[in-house]
Write a protein that binds this ligand. Structure first.
Ligand SMILES: [Zn+2]
Length: 204
């Protein structure tokens, strides 16, 4: 066999190896997407304090991709891991529909809130169909980590400040309806009961 053929075989082998690796990666990511699904108001994971992320590995990258897919499917702009029944301090934000960025935020802490508050209509993928006005600080500063485990500081106002506060609430077991006046929340008793039942349907 001449060297040309040998190098060709080498090339082919390498190509197959890379293809196999790639296929495995795709399969892993598809599995990650398939195994995660939304949970709804009433699910116990939505009321727990999430645990900090300690491993910044490829599983975390797969998780972020799965979460971005779920957000896209349901037209969400933010998703916290407890919303897919994972008690992890992990949040994905997609503000591309507002001409802003996509963000992956790990172990976030709000370190500053503006005194000035403002109203904004909020909704939540875990409470479908309910939208209500919530008052929150208009600006926040958040310390967090990115997917590579590097520390980041986010100075946010406008829609980003809103989404960050909503999602970080999820990591503390708080949902946006908790911020509503009792009499407003009571108006949604029926709807909330129906939403709770969606957790059982999601199992099948
Ligand atoms: Zn939410």
């Amino acid at each position: 066999m001449d060297t040309f053929k040998i190098s060709q075989i080498h090339f082919l082998r390498k190509f197959i190896e890379i293809k196999d690796e790639y296929n495995q990666l795709v399969k892993k990511r598809q599995e990650a997407i398939m195994k995660h699904h939304l949970v709804y108001y009433g699910h116990e994971k939505l009321r727990q304090k999430a645990d900090p992320v300690t491993e910044f590995d490829s599983d975390l990258v797969s998780l972020s991709e799965a979460m971005f897919k779920i957000m896209k499917k349901y037209n969400g702009i933010g998703l916290a891991a407890p919303q897919i029944a994972l008690s992890k301090k992990f949040v994905t934000i997609d503000l591309t529909s507002y001409d802003k960025e996509k963000l992956v935020i790990v172990n976030p802490e709000i370190v500053w809130r503006s005194e000035k508050k403002g109203p904004y209509d909020e909704g939540c993928l875990s409470i479908p169909g309910i939208f209500e006005t919530v008052d929150r600080p208009l600006e926040v500063v958040v310390n967090a980590y990115n997917l590579d485990g590097e520390q980041i500081e986010i100075k946010a106002d406008d829609i980003l400040a809103r989404v960050l506060q909503h999602e970080i609430d999820h990591l503390n077991g708080i949902m946006f309806v908790d911020h509503l006046e009792e009499y407003i929340r009571k108006e949604y008793t029926k709807e909330l009961k129906k939403i709770k039942k969606m957790n059982k349907q999601a199992l099948f």
